[in-house]
Design a protein around this ligand. Structure first.
Ligand code: ADP
Ligand code: MG
Length: 323
């Protein structure tokens, strides 16, 4: 283990982002409760969690918008507390709320945001133009932002974050509320940036996005990281291979859900649907159906699902990601 200003850094791993013991309270709400993670150079790291989990609070602290109550952040060997300006220079930030000037064109917006960094004028012009091209917006570059769709604005926002060629890109739910074309284009761009070695934090509440894009994922809930790893590692955490999702025609009363009835299974219930977690659905399915019908329940639909991040989350918290 080596130390940078007292912060432990795992050996030989080329750590680009090291977050230790981050805590943040808003009045009574503990938005972050001792959050720890480190991210290697070139990784896409996913922060996956439901609304209110603490994703934006983490991004806002890393991007120097919010001060933590406790904890340390090292970005590429710079401590955020003591070297905020150095950190800002290596960070590109795509915040959850799009920040662009409606009355300026796409290109003028990039010139404005680029002007905040020390990029010389000819380089800025060239960069803005090639980034708008990468984002598929060359033919709209001289149009005002207020004529753009949400997805197009988001693409301009991403271009703005990349103008100064940052080493780290923070993206806070960049695909919420945008059209599929923009989303796919953004995914392609992220994959290209990844192959060029950019280090990326990507927050989302869509497990499919985390599964598709991220090298490693941490699942965050109520300000705490409750699991971390590659998709495969996360699948293995709960030792659950499959879930059987069953919808009933009525909402079962609590008595019909006596613990002994389902003592063989780990289950979660949401009104009239139940998820049974199992290592072998082939073996357990008929037993589950008999248990339900014998206790007077009528099944309206049934689906077997391979364990995915939603299952892992459900299994760890007893709640659905999109509750
Ligand atoms: P996420 O981005 O995962 O949806 P946030 O980080 O925005 O979650 O919020 C985490 C928790 O902190 C939530 O309970 C939220 O209501 C609270 N919170 C976030 N920002 C503020 C703020 N400026 N003032 C008060 N509470 C806040
Ligand atoms: Mg958020």
């Amino acid at each position: 283990m080596q130390y940078i200003r007292g912060i432990a850094i795992p050996d030989n791993q080329n750590i680009m982002i090291n977050v230790q013991n981050l805590c943040k309270k808003y009045k009574d709400i503990l938005a972050l409760d001792s959050v720890n993670f480190h991210i290697r150079q070139g990784e896409i790291y996913g922060l996956l969690g439901p609304n209110g989990a603490g994703k934006s609070t983490t991004i806002n602290i890393l991007s120097t918008v919010t001060l933590p109550d406790e904890g340390e952040v090292i970005l590429d060997s710079f401590n955020l507390r003591t070297h905020a300006d150095k950190c800002k220079n290596i960070l590109g930030v795509v915040p959850q709320e799009i920040s662009l000037y409606d009355e300026l064109t796409a290109l003028e917006n990039l010139y404005f945001w680029g002007g905040l960094y020390k990029i010389n004028r000819s380089e800025l012009k060239q960069r803005a133009s090639s980034l708008l091209d990468m984002m598929g917006l060359t033919d709209r570059k001289n149009d005002r932002i207020d004529t753009f769709s949400g997805g197009m604005k988001r693409r301009v926002n991403i271009a703005a974050a990349l103008l100064h060629s940052p080493k780290i890109l923070l993206m806070d739910e960049p695909t919420v509320g945008i059209d599929p074309h923009s989303r796919n284009l953004i995914f392609d761009v992220i994959e290209e940036l990844h192959s060029n070695g950019l280090t990326i934090i990507y927050t989302t509440h869509y497990m499919e996005e985390a599964e598709r894009l991220c090298d490693r994922i941490s699942i965050i809930d109520s300000g705490k990281i409750i699991a971390e790893g590659t998709l495969e590692e996360l699948r293995n955490i709960s030792n659950i291979k499959e879930s059987i999702h069953i919808d009933l025609t009525s909402i079962p009363d609590e008595n019909s859900f006596k613990a002994e009835l389902f003592s063989d299974f780990k289950i979660t219930q949401h009104e009239n649907s139940i998820d049974f977690f199992t290592t072998n659905s082939g073996r357990d399915l008929s037993k589950i159906i008999s248990l339900l019908t014998e206790s007077g329940h009528e099944i309206s639909s049934l689906e077997m699902r391979k364990a995915n991040l939603e299952t892992v989350f459900l299994n760890l918290t007893g709640r659905q990601l999109r509750d």
